[in-house]
Design a protein around this ligand. Structure first.
Ligand SMILES: CC(C)(COP(=O)(O)OP(=O)(O)OC[C@H]1O[C@@H](n2cnc3c(N)ncnc32)[C@H](O)[C@@H]1OP(=O)(O)O)[C@@H](O)C(=O)NCCC(=O)NCCS
Length: 176
């Protein structure tokens, strides 16, 4: 499914013409590093990322329906691509929201819709997600959507401090 609808948001496929809006949000150093990727350096890099990383069946732009502006990105990773040791029929969910739009409930609204999509359309068994220990807002979003802490920790090179940083691993079992 190419489009996922919520009350305030539309999740749709990325287009080349989104590059400038993507750059405006993804060039902020407070956004990407918390999700494990470096801030974009110019619009050309944002365009390359749309083409090389966002153009697939499992990545969506998050658009505010009222303004028609892109506010973030959400998607899932399958077994073999995810950094977490997930099952063959599991998926890891990932997301970010541009800083001007934080703390308005947008990520929670989008993630709830993505979970419904993953259950009804993709029939994944368990959904996974993870967040840096010093990024509690993301953990809060996961908890509000029903994820629980597995107690397992991953380590990833932290783009803020240049050293390995603990990552909480969360999961959400599918209700059958
Ligand atoms: C994490 C992120 C996606 C949250 O998006 P959002 O649209 O602001 O999320 P929501 O508004 O739905 O929910 C945020 C929740 O975190 C809470 N929160 C914000 N800052 C917090 C903090 N420092 N400590 C604890 N909770 C915090 C908010 O109060 C809110 O909870 P509430 O609704 O119970 O009040 C966004 O901040 C972001 O993209 N950050 C940078 C990239 C990133 O971290 N991506 C996720 C990687 S795992």
């Amino acid at each position: 499914m190419d489009i996922i609808n919520t009350e305030r948001l539309l999740l749709r496929r990325w287009k080349d013409s989104d590059a400038e809006e993507l750059f405006a949000l993804a060039s902020d150093p407070d956004v990407g590093p918390r999700a494990g990727w470096p801030a974009h350096k110019n619009v050309e890099e944002s365009l390359d990322i749309i083409r090389d990383i966002f153009t697939n069946d499992c990545t969506w732009a998050i658009v505010n329906k009222e303004t028609n502006m892109i506010i973030g990105c959400m998607g899932y990773y399958l077994h073999g691509v995810s950094n977490i040791d997930i099952g063959e029929n599991d998926a890891e969910l990932g997301y970010w929201i541009g800083k001007p739009y934080w703390n308005k409930g947008y990520c929670t609204e989008a993630l709830k819709a993505m979970i419904v999509f993953c259950r009804r359309e993709k029939h994944f068994d368990t959904l996974w997600a993870d967040f840096f220990i010093d990024n509690p807002a993301s953990g809060k979003v996961m908890e509000k959507c029903g994820f629980t802490d597995t107690g397992r920790i991953n380590y990833c090179s932290h783009l803020y401090h240049g050293e390995d940083c603990p990552i909480h691993i969360m999961k959400l079992e599918n209700k059958r």
